[in-house]
Design a binder for this molecule. Structure first.
Ligand SMILES: NC(=O)c1ccc[n+]([C@@H]2O[C@H](COP(=O)([O-])OP(=O)(O)OC[C@H]3O[C@@H](n4cnc5c(N)ncnc54)[C@H](OP(=O)(O)O)[C@@H]3O)[C@@H](O)[C@H]2O)c1
Length: 240
């Protein structure tokens, strides 16, 4: 553990999409700083690894966030222990294979919408009532530079990230005082997702572990004053 973060009260952090990339790096960094992480993804093998690596009260589960019923069951368990999240991070996401919109099949389109838009809505539906009851907590919905700009060949992804910006700002207007919901542009990070859309040039961007050293303290500092404010992790290459 390091600096002033280790002297603060441990928080319960909920993160979706912890099997790799940004989600995995955030989970490891939050735990290193002394916080408790409840995380999910679909990969059974990676979830088993995390369960072995990090003991209770950390909690890792195989959950597909695009499906309402498994999210409901997961929330029922996590809200009892380790308890309602202080920080809920809707990180899990998918991108379409680079292609013009008219070449993206209906199933692939639905999968991108399922992970990036229905997923956060399912998680909010089942976790946020427990946070509202306590009238505290911050909800961070992962957007993208492509939630505030567009590029060719990633239209389904852009559509979901522009939607998450609107969904989050409307949610911010519904929360009681003391809580916050923010759409977050994480910057550009060298993950599987970035390699899928950027190819070889992804190598020029920070690793998830480098990024998490900046992103995690940034997330821990978000509070009620940020409600409804589109935010951006202050890393190289990130633009508001
Ligand atoms: N990398 C970047 O430069 C960048 C830039 C802007 C925004 N973002 C956003 O940042 C977030 C993380 O991206 P990343 O680059 O870390 O992606 P990544 O390396 O592809 O990781 C995506 C994670 O989401 C999980 N996931 C996908 N679909 C899921 C589902 N239906 N249910 C549960 N988990 C699911 C994956 O796990 P399983 O496959 O095991 O389920 C994986 O852990 C995403 O929201 C992305 O849009 C990334």
């Amino acid at each position: 553990m390091d600096t002033d973060q280790m002297h603060k009260k441990p928080k319960v952090i909920l993160i979706t999409g912890v099997s790799r990339g940004c989600g995995r790096a955030m989970a490891e960094e939050f735990i290193r700083l002394g916080h408790v992480v409840a995380g999910c993804s679909r990969s059974e093998m990676e979830i088993a690894r995390l369960q072995k690596q990090f003991a209770a009260p950390n909690d890792f589960a195989v959950v597909d966030v695009s499906l309402d019923a498994p999210v409901a069951a997961w929330a029922g368990r996590v809200l009892k222990s380790p308890g309602p999240p202080d920080l809920l991070v809707n990180n899990a996401g998918r991108i379409n294979r680079n292609a013009p919109l008219w070449e993206v099949g209906a199933q692939e389109f639905a999968e991108v919408v399922g992970a990036n838009l229905s997923g956060p809505a399912n998680v909010i539906r089942h976790f946020v009532p427990g946070m509202v009851k306590r009238r505290s907590g911050v909800i961070v919905n992962f957007s993208s530079g492509w939630g505030r700009s567009t590029s060719a060949e990633v239209a389904p992804y852009c559509a979901t990230k522009w939607a998450i910006e609107g969904l989050t700002q409307a949610l911010a207007q519904e929360l009681p005082p003391g809580m916050a919901a923010v759409p977050l542009n994480p910057g550009i990070i060298n993950t599987d997702m970035l390699r899928s859309c950027f190819g070889g040039s992804a190598a020029g961007y920070p690793t998830p572990e480098e990024w998490a050293k900046v992103a995690v303290p940034f997330l821990l500092n978000l509070g009620a004053a940020d409600n409804g404010r589109p935010v951006t992790v202050p890393v190289r290459g990130a633009q508001d």
